[in-house]
Design a protein around this ligand. Sequence first.
Ligand code: UT7
Length: 334
Amino acid sequence: MTKIRAAITGVGGYVPDYILTNDELSRMVDTSDEWIMTRIGIKERRILKGEGKGTSDMGAEAVKQLLAKTKTKPEEIDLIICGVVTPDMVFPATANIIADKTDIRNAFGFDLNAGCSSFLYALATASKYVESGSYKKVIVVGADKMSAIVDYTDRATCPIFGDGAAAVLVEPTTDENCIIDSILQSDGVGRIHLHQKAGGSAKPPTHETIDAREHYVYQEGQPVFKWAVSKMADVSVEMMEKHHITPESLTWLVPHQANMRIIDATANRMGINKEQVMINIQRFGNTTSATLPLCLWEWENKLRKGDNIILAAFGAGFTWGSLYLKWAYDGDKI
Ligand code: UT7
């Protein structure tokens, strides 16, 4: 019997209109465009404004676009997985809220939180559901409203993050142009360097936790940087070696957009040129779960059937991983 594989068959995306520039940030905290560009490589990021607006509002926009582009009816969707670190609420899952806002009524859904690796983990998970033969149309969303948990008085973290969402459709194929392999890893020892101190069950929210600003991202930049550089490169090189992918035969690296220096180090270790790397960190910053699908969304019309693509991520947990796929369609025909 022919093996059922899983392929990405469409991409939708959404970024909010409001642009927070380095110049505006420099008026909020003691920083400068020069420092942010040199140390991180971000020029501007998008911020979701509006009372009551949450991650699901961006996710729903991305899903609506995905359904329209792929001419898929909401009732055809079997499963929706949302990779997210900033859910609308602690419960229910943001995937369920997105499904409701997009009229997806015949699907089951859940959130997956693996820090900045959430989309990668969710895509690998979706591929297994499709390969099982039980599910035919699976949506994977990567969405985060990081501005909800960023402390805009902390210059060490506030330049890094932005808001955004993107989604892919995953469907069965018997073609070789499909999701081929994933390597996912984690090490909880890293949690001390990157977390949110309060608001969870270990430290429920109180007036004191609010006053201590413990509901914001806490990050020790240097250890996170060191881990990210080595793990993201290791796991990407491991994927190349495992599948005999040479620098010349790799069409695209889609790296998590956390820091331009981490992206450069990963590309160098893989022996590839900058022209082979999708980079939009300058305009969107680190959108956490949304970085990888936002790249696919922006580059879609350049992608060709059979392109060799490696996705790579690193995030809170620590979590990291890489996923190898052969692109399934000519992006300019969409
Ligand atoms: O996506 C999840 C995974 N996260 C990551 O991958 C992030 C990894 N870490 C990083 O990208 C970097 O560590 C940061 C961008 C967070 C920080 O860059 P860094 O080169 O590691 O800077 P640093 O924390 O070592 O700080 C260097 C100096 C310090 O001043 P002193 O002590 O040398 O006088 C900081 O106080 O830069 C200062 N500094 C700033 N100066 C101007 C820190 N933030 C700023 C700022 N503007 N925004």
